[in-house]
Design a protein around this ligand. Sequence first.
Ligand code: ADP
Ligand code: MG
Length: 363
Amino acid sequence: MHNLESIIQSAKVLIVEDETIISWCLQESLEALGYQVSAVVSSGKKAIDAAVLVKPDIALMDIRLKGEMDGIEAADFLYRNFDIPIIYLTAHSDENILKKAIQTSPFGYLLKPFAPKELHCTIQIALQRHQSESRLSEFISIASHELKTPLTSIHGALGLLASGVLANQSDTAKRMLDIASSDTERLVRLVNDILDLERLESNKVTLNRQWHDAAELCQQAIATMQTIAAESQIAILSNLKSLKVFADSDRIIQTLVNLLSNAIKFSPPQSQVQIEVEQIADEIVFRVCDRGCGIPKDRLESIFERFNQVDISYSSQKGGTGLGLAICRSIIQQHGGKIWVESVLSEGSTVSFTIPYRDFNNR
Ligand SMILES: Nc1ncnc2c1ncn2[C@@H]1O[C@H](COP(=O)(O)OP(=O)(O)O)[C@@H](O)[C@H]1O
Ligand SMILES: [Mg+2]
């Protein structure tokens, strides 16, 4: 995720206003507020040229402009073609103009005269809303691509079976059924992960925080992963002391299971995975260490992003969706903690996360 603060502070603003005194005052106030005014133009056509040239983060648009294109048409063009969010600054409170303006999905509508503070607040809200909309549409486009891949293969396999051409080829038919079945499982995992992450990130999940024994949470996660570890000939070692932690037990176990599953998936057979927990100052620190393939230095942060996998074909073949660590990060952040990974290529990785010892809301 981009750092919202840095984007907002360095935001580039395009001013489209045909009254020189007003545009001059606007520029003054914006610069005093710390924005970069990247262009000031007086017509719809020039606004489009300027948008191509300076790529502003936001445009302030007067509605009534001289020339062939009015502010509403120019705004519509800028938003649809260049995804530039628009704030109308206008003297028109006319219902019909408002209705027309609303159809262009503006991010704000300020009636002149307004105070610089009002402008500042409107810009901030607009930039933040635009950023979350961009993130959401990027997520939807990647997610639908991810969902389409197994669906296409299921569709193909079932189509072949249904056509009857494999009637006398039971081996091929069986292979097609296996493909359809394993891709169906992948589809279910993807849908579950996407829905879980969406709920977590839109703050629709309320944590049920209680006092628990951290060692017990680790034990439950180990029990869940034991069979899969044994199948991969991997031993899960633990050295656990009883420590109190104030957390949502299901969510912490979910996080630990995700981390153990990664550790097992990216480790060679016969190796060991270790789980530890300790108290450092006023935090409980959980760690999952492996002796696996490791993670390149430049990927240590990006793997916490959605659908971010170092070796996509290997991870997908192992059943991964690329959403596990994003889900873990969201859970830990909601607990007020941090999650990070340290790793040496070909030697192994350690993923750690912290949970503040006390309820940070009630400190
Ligand atoms: N313990 C680990 N060792 C090596 N690589 C890892 C480890 N944990 C995570 N990764 C890398 O981070 C990526 C993202 O992890 P995750 O979000 O859990 O997705 P998934 O496991 O579904 O692929 C993995 O695909 C892998 O490339
Ligand atoms: Mg995973």
